[in-house]
Design a protein around this ligand. Sequence first.
Ligand SMILES: Nc1ncnc2c1ncn2[C@@H]1O[C@H](COP(=O)(O)OP(=O)(O)O)[C@@H](O)[C@H]1O
Ligand SMILES: [Mg+2]
Length: 254
Amino acid sequence: MLQLQNVTFKAPDSKTKDKTLSQKTIVDDVSFTFEPGGFYTITGPNGSGKTSLAKLIMGINELSSGKIMFNGKDISALPINERSNAGVVYGFQHPARFKGTNFRDLLSISAGTDDEDTLARIIARVGVCSMDFLDKPVDGKLSGGEIKKIELATVIARNPKVAIYDEPDTGIDLWTIGPMVDLLKREQKENNTTTIVVSHNKAFLETADTLLLILNGKIAYSGNLKGAIPMLEDLSVCTFSKSCQGENDDRCYR
Ligand SMILES: Nc1ncnc2c1ncn2[C@@H]1O[C@H](COP(=O)(O)OP(=O)(O)O)[C@@H](O)[C@H]1O
Ligand SMILES: [Mg+2]
């Protein structure tokens, strides 16, 4: 069980001259319990704090206040690698590309072995049919969709207890989204993986056991998709507030 208790993340407000004087609250007093083996989809407008929340869970962002408990243990102060060893794994929204490495290198690190059979089983599990793909360089030439598939495979290779995927469908072709949802569902069912997907995609909204809607750093709604629909429709009608002075004005998206 993963519990967020009054989790808050503040960062310097880049708009002020003296950054120490002003801070903005990006994740605002969030409390929520992710049950083992549940499938959760986190959605919400751009800039609402979804990635920041995911990074707090993973320990990439440091909590300003609050606590994160995992299976009864306070992990708030644990560094990323220790959280990862405990079974919490995060797939980045914008995965890094490492010149000079290939998919095989990254997968071997994630799986903890470079044994060919083990790697073959993992890539079959994530629906990559060709062993040749293992030799793909993870550099700037990869397409947006390819890098996301690689990121997803490296998360799954760690056999996570809690897997957090940040917009795994970005850049993915239409034909791959259905199989991707099926894959994450299968991982959830077969390995009882607590699955947390940040996404706006209808397929992920529909497949979640529980949907979380984040607005202005807070959980504005948690529950099934049916209950969220009126709020989601409101969002799609207008995201610009009356005081909005143009698209670079923060208030436009509040
Ligand atoms: N470390 C940081 N310092 C300052 N601002 C940040 C930091 N991280 C995120 N933000 C800002 O917080 C807001 C929420 O970002 P993010 O969590 O990435 O949103 P989402 O994933 O919902 O689109 C954005 O306005 C972003 O620019
Ligand atoms: Mg994001």
